[in-house]
Design a protein around this ligand. Structure first.
Ligand SMILES: [Mn+2]
Length: 440
């Protein structure tokens, strides 16, 4: 059977740190809709259950309308089982729906916990066919657990991992495909109550899967021959601090296959643009749009401008100016201009003698563009992605065509089918039974 892993929806959060009021309202609605759509596709795709590993709601007392929509979506999928572990944000939300709840149920129009919801408690185990789901909320609960060898054992926890951050960030850059394999002796898990347990006490105990919540970025890693771990992350991007692909994980308890599927409607794309050689705002806009080809009008753009502004020193682009310059091209924009210096700056560093040598075989036009770009500054990232963008940037195409070519090309470099990625739900249907173990 197949299970969906999700966490950290934070339904009901204000989102106003990153968005204006209107953007926040739309994004809130989209996050709620995204969950409803996910539940519907569980029904359509015959998914047996969904694990929600904490922080479904942002506060212990979420708006009644959101709680009602959440419960309605679940009630309308009676054949799907929902395993819900409270996180540090939503402790108590579901307790109030239990018959013995201490909260006033009238606020939720007499809502009760639907029969297909299993509210998980730390230290307890729940069997589901040949699979057993365990919940741990403290290190001592986990230490006291024993796992049967011949069942599929899934442990649901909410907290952070230590010792995997450095390895994971590389994986995050290219999506989930290059997720890391952990050295089993390093690192550990930190529960949100502060108690911690080293991985050495988690591995080789017969566990098959850690279904984790609390970290908003998607991560998949392997802890021993049998044990995989997954942070599905927030299924939808909630701001400029949430970069990378957004979605949910699918776990097949028969094949033990664990995969990530994109469901997020919007992605936050981070781009650094060097302003060297640019003197006007229209030219700046062109360079930004080319560099940000991966992002489309639905996405969030986190832009950092660097380098020396060669135009009028009194007209060095400001943050607000740059943000409004490209505001129409993306859902939301945040620009950092602190890395831009004007030509007259007394702190200007002369790097004319520095030239990065490249042996990349690119067409002449691309090489020329690269050499122009690299001649003036240090530390340029000469990745295949950069070279590709450079070559396309000098091609005889319109700006829109260039952006489309770059988007498709970069998706191909990532091994993604961009056309399919446009609709995460289609990926979802394709994900069944496909063996992707070799990517870990
Ligand atoms: Mn949390």
């Amino acid at each position: 059977m197949r299970l969906i892993l999700t966490a950290d929806l934070h339904l009901g959060s204000a989102l106003t740190t990153n968005f204006n009021t209107e953007q926040a309202r739309i994004r809130s609605e989209e996050i709620m809709e995204s969950f409803e759509k996910l539940v519907k596709s569980c029904v359509c795709n015959n998914v047996a259950g969904m694990i929600l590993a904490g922080d479904v709601f942002d506060t212990p007392h979420p708006p009644a309308v959101l709680l009602r929509r959440f419960l309605t979506a679940i009630k309308d999928a009676p054949r799907v089982r929902f395993f819900v572990l409270p996180g540090n944000h939503d402790t108590g939300v579901f307790d109030s729906l239990m018959p013995s709840g201490t909260h006033d149920l009238s606020a939720f129009s007499g809502a009760t916990l639907p029969a297909n919801v299993c509210l998980m408690q730390g230290g307890k185990a729940y069997s589901f066919g040949r699979t057993v789901l365990y919940a741990a909320q403290t290190a001592s609960e986990l230490r006291q657990m024993t796992f049967l060898r011949d069942t599929v054992n899934i442990l649901v926890m909410h907290g952070t991992v230590s010792g995997v951050a450095a390895a994971s960030s590389a994986g995050a850059e290219v999506g989930i495909a290059s997720a890391d394999v952990m050295a089993r002796t390093s690192g550990g898990f930190v529960f949100t109550d502060g108690t911690r347990i080293p991985f050495s006490e988690i591995v080789n105990r017969g566990l098959d899967l850690l279904a984790l919540g609390h970290i908003h970025e998607s991560r998949i890693f392997k802890l021993d021959k049998r044990l995989k771990a997954a942070y599905p992350g927030s299924p939808e991007c909630r701001g400029f601090d949430e970069l990378g692909p957004k979605g949910v994980c699918v776990y097949d308890t028969d094949s033990k296959n664990l995969s990530f599927i994109r469901t997020g409607k919007r992605t936050c794309v981070q781009v650094t643009v060097n302003v060297q050689g640019i003197e006007t705002m229209p030219d700046l806009k062109k360079r930004i749009l080319l560099a940000a080809s991966e992002a489309n009008s639905r996405d969030l753009l986190l832009l950092k401008l660097v380098g020396t502004w060669e135009g009028d020193a009194n007209r060095v682009p400001t943050r607000t100016e740059t943000e409004s310059l490209i505001a129409d091209s993306f859902y939301a924009v945040r620009v950092d201009v602190s890395g831009v210096q004007s030509k007259e700056s007394p702190f200007r560093v002369d790097v004319s003698g520095v030239r990065k040598v490249t042996t990349v075989h690119a067409p002449a036009a691309g090489r020329k563009a690269m050499s122009e770009r690299n001649s003036g500054y240090v530390g340029n990232n000469l990745s295949l992605r950069t070279c590709f963008k450079d070559i396309v940037s000098v091609a005889d195409l319109s700006l829109e065509e260039k952006r489309a070519v770059i988007r498709l090309g970069l998706a191909a470099l990532d091994g993604r089918d961009e056309l399919a990625a446009l609709d995460g739900m289609r990926d979802f249907e394709k994900s069944g039974g496909e063996e992707t173990d070799d990517v870990y």
